[in-house]
Write a protein that binds this ligand. Sequence first.
Ligand code: AMP
Ligand code: MG
Length: 494
Amino acid sequence: MNAPAPRFFAFDNTYVRDLEEFYVLWKPTPASKPSLIRLNEELARELGADPAALASPAGIATLAGSLVPEGAEPIAQAYAGHQFGHFSPQLGDGRALLLGEVIDRSGERRDIAFKGSGRTPFSRNGDGKCALGPALREYIISEAMHALGIPTTRSLAVVATGDMVRRDRAQPGAVLTRVAASHVRVGTFQYFAAHQGPEQVKRLADYVIARHYPELATSPQPYLDLLAAVGERQAELVARWLGVGFIHGVMNTDNMTLSGETIDYGPCAFMETYSPGTVFSSIDSAGRYAYGKQAGIARWNLARLAETLLPLIDTDDNRAVQAATAVIDALPERQAEHWLRVFRAKLGIDETGDAEADSALIDDFLRLLKQKHLDFTVAFRALFHAASGDPTRLNALMTSATDFADWQSRWQARQPTRPAGLLTAMQRANPCYIPRNHRVEAALDAAVDDNNLEPFERLLAVIQSPFDERAVDAEYAEPAPTEFTTSYMTFCGT
Ligand code: AMP
Ligand code: MG
């Protein structure tokens, strides 16, 4: 059994090299009977790997955690985090392992990591495993986000392990291979701030600057600038979420990256009928992470990051707090600017208008959606059709909305004509297809209960091209039946 380890990736592992003490070296748990459920061939190529090799028995065994490939140095990363506002000093990779890093075809460093590869020293009471349903869910939603142009971790593969995992009922187990710009989280900073002090936080901050914000390396105040730069990326990210109706569902500080990518697709879901209070997660009864609260929560999380950076920002406590507070206080304006950019694109209006007037125009359209209980995605798509010269759908949605005629004439006056570029941008801001919750659930049920991957593959194909309308895919653009949405609940994949 001493066959040489297969080589699939050209690993180059800076986290292991540069940050000893920030992780535990660990091995994935071998799977009983690995079988390939889904391989992202395009992403494999992007990472410099051969998809055929990954789909071979040795490749599948590797993606199941049964073989450690050459050059990988699997680690469980340490992190802490505020979960629903309460601090847990020790979380860490309880069911994940970072295999290593590769430089992709465009020269970017990417993490390749497993989710569901067995217990680690951070597992606490968990089994370290992942059920097939949640693995497929992360695959489809992360790939949808990517297709929508939103920064996100990607999914390289889902492999069934052949082992059952115990949840509310026994379910087939799986390993998801996740690809990320990095897995450093706000919670990673919190862990080292809580347990080890400023020297270690500085090492981590320097690592993050080198990896994600190299332009800050020569700044006279790199750590304050780091806080502002992460704030900027998160402001943009959340604005993009809001633009497609995405609800992350569990915006704990351990689920917020320093890179600005969306991470950890647990109880996330897309809003259907427009309503800022929308929550789907079964564990969020207070609505802390509702659609409309996400920008505020991002600020709250960034304030937690700021706390860990204070000793690096200034040796004088008061001055450090003052400087960091100024950055946090500037966030609402940064977020408003990104929100305005995203929603101007959705309305098909250019960047030249008065910000306040444009914000009011956007808000008034959202008010109409709310008043008419309209599906967010369908209504904005109809607006795009209206801008393209066919107002039939929009008029049908807005029948008997008395304020609509007035709104429409303001919208028309604001942007009487649209150059092609603006219309294309409007199309890309208003997808026709999102991974609708009822479609996702049906696809997962078929895969898990009936071993039928056809609905999953079909849905995946649809959401991978979200902007061009296709007659054959018409049903995928339709909202869920109301009965479905009113009782829809998402669960953490644990
Ligand atoms: P999450 O809700 O997925 O963001 O996870 C929060 C924390 O719980 C992280 O430290 C995870 O590693 C850990 N965790 C989640 N599920 C499991 C599991 N099945 N076994 C062990 N640890 C888990
Ligand atoms: Mg997490």
